[in-house]
Design a protein around this ligand. Structure first.
Ligand SMILES: Cc1cc2nc3c(=O)[nH]c(=O)nc-3n(C[C@H](O)[C@H](O)[C@H](O)COP(=O)(O)OP(=O)(O)OC[C@H]3O[C@@H](n4cnc5c(N)ncnc54)[C@H](O)[C@@H]3O)c2cc1C
Length: 397
């Protein structure tokens, strides 16, 4: 029997694969698309947040059906001060991504509940023995082997809490670093979804990827008690252990995922080195792809490699900042780096999160008395100081 054929095969129906599929359906309906996901639902189990200023108008339009909540600003709390920033903030959910994809693609274009076991630049093999051919294959199966990177970890447990009474939060708290500083830089993140529903995430910038779920759940409960919230139950829970990148070997990162297919999303290294967030980059990549004149006729793998290399090169500054956070600051003092950062101009902060800092921003972030020992900071910035250790290899998929 002949293998079924599609113009574009997307492996992994998570954030990046899903956004590429939505962008193709919207702007390149002339191309047939197939999306392969090992789980039965698309998108996993996530709340993905972002600042409205991270996105272009086309990016906003593409993500609009995924948005579950919008806020006109957010707060940060540090031991030395609290501040409200009027940058709009948004949250999307996996559930909405699943729904948007099933509306945008024909039913037989989505294959779920079966693992991709092998692929090349133009072929896909599934665990149930089915084979497909494609004009191009895009591998968006999420984080792969991180052994080529150095840095630390951002790890967290998030719970959506149902409360007996309104929480009284006016807007999200993107960082509450007034909590006890343990296991590196610790902060709590709160998204008020409804008057009596709040998503609370206990987060750490840590050297060690080990996540003690029960300890974090207890700290979330303690945080809720301290806020005076009477918790009726946990409606949903998610956790993450994400790489925070201080350095690495781009060629090796690509080679470990190497089977000739184009790469997208976290698998391609398309995320912010310091926040590990990937939504803005996933959107930008999807938009760049559908605008690329060669799509459908030229080598997509080469396009994706050039795109990822450019991202890696332009992100050098954020890797230096990660190194500053992890190597120059003692774990218990890491909060001082963010405390200083959040005193800066709101536009600079917006460009930082979007991964679009200007040359002046880069200088501005570093000038002045550093919140870490000056010798250690200079060592890191000149490349002479101690570097953070290797990320423990994480091999997924
Ligand atoms: C809990 C959590 C919360 C996060 N919150 C944010 C946030 O608020 N904002 C933000 O910008 N970033 C956030 N991130 C970071 C990052 O954006 C996400 O990890 C994002 O999902 C990465 O997108 P991706 O498409 O590369 O990978 P994924 O979304 O993980 O998608 C990969 C998909 O491939 C599938 N897959 C894997 N192997 C196979 C296989 N062999 N065959 C078929 N399918 C396969 C997986 O099941 C998955 O659905 C968060 C991460 C986590 C873990």
């Amino acid at each position: 029997m002949n293998a079924a054929h599609t113009d574009i095969a997307i492996l992994g129906g998570g954030l990046a694969g899903g956004l590429v599929a939505l962008a193709l359906a919207r702007w390149r309906p002339d191309l047939s698309v197939m999306l392969f996901e090992r789980e039965t639902a698309l998108g996993g189990n996530h709340v993905w947040s972002f600042f409205a200023t991270d996105l272009s108008p086309d990016g906003e339009a593409l993500i609009a059906p995924l948005v579950d909540a919008t806020w006109t600003g957010y707060d940060v709390h540090f031991p030395a001060y609290a501040r409200t920033l009027m940058t709009p903030y948004r949250a999307t959910t996996s559930h909405r991504l699943d729904r948007a994809l099933r509306q945008a693609l024909p039913a037989d274009a989505i294959v779920t509940g079966v693992q991709v076991t092998d692929c090349t630049a133009t072929t896909v093999t599934l665990g149930d023995g089915r084979n497909f051919t494609a004009g191009a294959v895009i591998d968006a199966r999420g984080t792969h082997d991180l052994s080529s990177l150095t840095g630390g970890w951002q790890k967290f447990l998030g719970q959506r809490l149902k409360l007996a009474r309104p929480h009284q939060l006016k807007r999200p708290i993107v960082m509450d670093a007034t909590v006890e500083q343990v296991d590196g830089y610790r902060f709590v993140y709160c998204l008020p979804f409804a008057r009596d529903e709040v998503f609370v995430e206990d987060t750490y910038y840590a050297d060690d990827p080990k996540l003690d779920r029960d300890a974090l759940a207890q700290r979330i409960a303690a945080y809720a008690r301290a806020k005076g919230w009477d918790v009726l139950g946990v409606m949903a829970e998610e956790h993450g252990v994400l790489p925070v990148v201080a350095g690495g070997d781009f060629d090796r990162l690509r080679a470990t995922a190497g089977h000739g297919a184009a790469l997208a999303g976290a698998r391609a290294g398309l995320f912010h080195p310091l926040t590990s967030y990937s939504l803005p980059d996933a959107l930008r990549f999807a938009l760049a792809l559908v605008r690329w004149p060669g799509l459908g006729v030229s080598d997509l793998a080469e396009f994706s490699e050039k795109y990822a290399l450019n991202h890696w090169n332009t992100a050098w500054y954020y890797r230096k900042l990660t190194a500053l956070l992890f190597a120059a600051a003692q774990p218990g003092d890491r909060y001082r780096v963010m405390q200083r950062f959040y005193r800066l101009d709101p536009r600079l902060i917006e460009r930082f999160y979007a991964g679009e800092s200007s040359a002046m921003d880069k200088l501005r972030i570093l000038v002045g008395r550093p919140p870490v020992p000056i010798g250690a900071a200079l060592g890191v910035l000149t490349g002479l100081g101690s570097q953070p250790g290797l990320l423990n290899p994480v091999v997924v998929g």
